[in-house]
Design a protein around this ligand. Structure first.
Ligand code: ADP
Ligand code: MG
Length: 574
């Protein structure tokens, strides 16, 4: 049967288009908040009923909409923010597509009340499912109030996709939080049946972070970022490694003040903390990246959550470098393990969780050094300090040692890995050649076509870390030299491990170097089980001089310390 082509009716087009912008109540909140900020508001209030689909009301004291423009503002593709495509290259407003208001109006009962600065009266209109049902003059102070009722009343299929009321409410709160964190100078309030929260306007971002995430977010636990370059600036706050969190929720990333979801930048954040966070813990961060608008494309998705960068890997590398240089390597040594109070979710504060490291004053830290301690103090400290005395080795795995009256239990592999990792790293940072070994007989290595391509691309990174590899046919390579630390028997395994972790991924240089280092370190310590007392002693001394002696590069602890007093207590001597 022949089908006929016909033009869709206007209101149907609107409803279909609305689906892209308005996914759930939180998207309504995000769009209307952004409009309020684009209007230079100083105070913005949000009120919701139920999960937000019942009602959302947002009022601002911004520039308002001129009465003659009110009808236009709810039509598709009408905006006051751009006039030409070129404007996108210099865009500083959130909006530009002219889609939010008409989309929201198409799938709800919307009332817009507004007054612009130049007019003595306000205008109010009501739009139901895209149809204007009333328009009148009214009194109002300068600014705009938008009330959205019965969201998706005319698109029941959409309603079915909504999650529980609690989930929808928490998404609204997240959207609100993302917005207000980036605008400390604007005051925000939130009201629902059960909750009222308000944040006053603040001079700087840290004050706002503290208001929202809790008192612990002070300079004691967070460090500022301040990378400025003509094409990229990175500012914001990141947690010190000791202030690690049990949840990922304390991470916000903005590009030009827009909250974004970016796997690659989140990856960069974790990569920056990789060698100093305990397993399963998360950094906290509020990151503001500012790039030239022409370098980034927000016009990928109607909700603008996804972005495309012209130079993603440079931004990735710069972010890692900036965070690493600021985060300080000071991390807390695990102090206790016997009968330690374990903090559970219930104990954690509602806002920012405290680090789960149990605390007890009877235990002294094995390496009480932090990056803040000056060189001089360090040296005098070493002078009076007694050397570590090796007592024994347990299961060829743990070193038992005595230091300053404390019993140390050191995970030998974790310690060796930390030592090697820092040696690798220092050599790379100082552009020093890494100690390498020439292979007596070059190792022939066959790989797949795709792997050969990958290897070819990353040869400089391999070389930098001591692997001299040259092509020897289309899918065959010869390994001529390898890092001295890696035993010859392990070379092939290491290379294969690195290659498989690089596969199918377009990873920036720093991440690749990290992968190579980690694999090399792991291989190096495998052959390191049976050490003499002297070698064990040397290992512990080397560990002590590491920047971050407390954890292995993957965040496992290297050392546990038990004080004499604690043992006495356990044995009932005190
Ligand atoms: P966009 O934000 O992409 O321009 P919207 O549909 O969100 O599109 O809004 C359309 C227009 O309505 C805006 O360009 C702006 O001029 C006006 N507008 C919307 N909300 C407000 C507000 N809170 N204050 C002042 N003007 C507003
Ligand atoms: Mg808008």
């Amino acid at each position: 049967m022949a089908t006929r082509v016909r033009l869709l009716e206007d209101h149907l087009v609107q409803q279909i288009a609305a689906g892209e912008v308005v996914e759930r109540p939180a998207s309504v909140v995000k769009e209307i908040l952004e409009n309020a900020l684009d209007a230079s508001s100083r105070a913005v209030s949000l009120e919701i009923v139920g999960s937000g689909k019942e009602a959302i009301r947002i009022s601002d004291d911004g520039c308002g909409i001129h009465s003659e423009d009110v009808l236009l503002a709810i039509q598709r593709h009408s905006t006051s923010k751009i006039t030409s495509f070129e404007d996108l290259q210099t865009l500083t407003s959130f909006g530009f597509r002219g889609e939010a208001l008409p989309s929201i109006a198409a799938v709800s009962k919307l009332e817009l009340t507004t007054r612009s600065e130049s007019e003595p009266y306000g205008t109010s209109i009501q739009v139901h499912g895209g149809n204007v049902v009333s328009q009148k003059q009214c009194g109002r102070s300068q600014g705009t109030t938008i009330e959205v009722r019965d969201l998706f009343f005319n698109t029941p299929a959409r309603l079915k996709f909504l999650k529980s009321d609690g989930t929808e409410r928490s998404r609204i709160l997240r959207a609100w939080e993302e917005t207000l964190m980036a605008h400390p100078s604007v005051s925000f309030s939130f009201k629902s049946e059960s909750k009222t929260i308000s944040y006053p306007n603040r001079k700087n971002c840290l004050d706002r972070v503290r208001d929202v995430w809790g008192e612990q977010c002070s300079e004691e636990n967070l460090v500022p970022l301040s990378f400025r370059h003509p094409s990229l600036s990175i500012t914001g706050w990141i947690s010190k490694p000791s202030f690690h969190q049990s949840a990922k929720s304390y991470q916000l990333i903005y590009i030009n003040k827009r909250p974004i979801l970016s796997r690659s930048l989140t990856h960069a954040l974790y990569e920056s903390y990789r060698d100093c966070l305990p397993v399963g813990r998360h950094p906290a961060a509020v990151l503001f990246l500012d790039v030239n608008p022409s370098e980034v494309d927000f016009n990928v998705h109607p909700s603008k959550r996804e972005v495309r960068f012209r130079n993603e890997s440079q931004i990735y590398d710069a972010l890692i470098r900036e965070i690493r240089s600021k985060r300080t390597s000071e991390s807390s040594a695990p102090k206790v393990f016997v009968d330690a109070p374990i903090l559970t979710q219930d104990h954690l504060r509602q806002n920012f969780d405290s680090p789960v490291m149990p605390d007890s004053t009877v235990f002294s830290s094995s390496f009480p050094r932090s990056a803040f301690i000056s060189e001089k103090t360090l040296r005098s400290e070493t002078l009076v300090r007694q050397p570590v005395k090796i007592l024994s080795q347990f299961h060829s795995l743990y070193i038992l040692a005595e230091e300053e009256g404390n019993l140390l239990i050191v995970d030998q592999h974790a310690a060796a890995e930390r030592v090697l990792y820092e040696q690798f790293k220092q050599n790379i940072q100082n552009n020093r050649e890494l100690p390498t070994q020439k292979l007596l007989i070059p190792m022939i290595w066959n790989v797949s076509l795709a792997q050969a391509e990958l290897l070819q691309n990353h040869r400089p990174a391999f070389l930098k870390l001591g692997f001299q590899i040259e092509p020897f046919g289309e899918t065959t390579f010869r390994v001529l030299e390898s890092p001295a630390a890696v035993p010859e028997t392990e070379i092939k395994n290491v290379l294969e491990e690195i290659l498989s972790s690089l596969e199918n991924q377009n990873q920036p240089t720093l991440a690749i170097e990290e992968k190579i280092m980690h694999a090399a370190c792991r291989a190096a310590i495998k052959a390191n089980d049976q050490l003499t007392h002297q070698e064990l002693g040397q290992l512990l001394e080397e560990l002590k001089s590491c920047q971050n002696p407390h954890t292995c590069p993957h965040g496992r602890p290297t050392t546990l310390t038990i004080s004499r007093q604690e043992l006495d207590k356990k044995f009932g001597r005190v």
